[in-house]
Design a protein around this ligand. Sequence first.
Ligand code: ZN
Length: 274
Amino acid sequence: MQLPASAPVITLRPAQVLQGDFAVLKVDQPLPGEPALHVEGLSEQPKLFLLDRHPTAFIGIPAAAPVGTYPVRLTWEGGEWEGTLEVVRKDFTVDRLEVTAEQEQIYYDPRQAEQWEKLYRLRSTSFPEPLWQGAFRPPLDGELWVTTYFGEIRIVNGVETGRHSGMDFGAPLGTPIYAPARGRVILAEEFIVSGRTIVIDHGLNLFTAYYHCEELLVQPGDWVEPGDPIGTVGSTGFSTGPHLHWTATVGNTPVDPWPLTQGSVADLFAGGRD
Ligand SMILES: [Zn+2]
């Protein structure tokens, strides 16, 4: 006997999402055809994954996204769903940096465009399943000294250059950096601006990145478990002293990495996959 088909239940959580945070869309059953998701007003569209054939997506909200209501539309063969995402204000602080002409020259080196392009390409595909379990651990041990928060408005020599794409932790040169969750290393090389850089794919379009490392202890293709040493703190690239710049991205959209350590990923995934 075949059970009667019921209307799909689509959840989008949280209902209100902070600027620079993310939401998760889930569907309680497989949908026919090729489901497609569109969020109006986002320049980078979320990627839809099929988890046990259930459509699932992370939706990253840029720190600079205007507050307001974003219409969300999910379509599939023979059906559609419309919902909304409420982006609410987060107060970001301002970070003023003074750099020398030489450092500034590094920042505007034309070769960096190629390197960001490579990173962009690498983050356009992701492992189709969540590789993490539960909350992420912080990338450094012990008490953390945050020198710059995520999303801070960055003013270099008096000129606004954008938002800070991650969190900076001040730490002595050579301090070990640990993988915060399971994942696969997709990049480990020296870039002009971000210095020695590591990027990990955690699946479902969720990535973390580590900038300005002194040593790189992993290479592309390596699988890492939470707590595995991946590198050490340095001051390579565009940096004014030893620190770790830790970024999380949904695809190529930077989001605040800190909520990942507070269980937000686990909470948003809990109980709704049946
Ligand atoms: Zn930074």
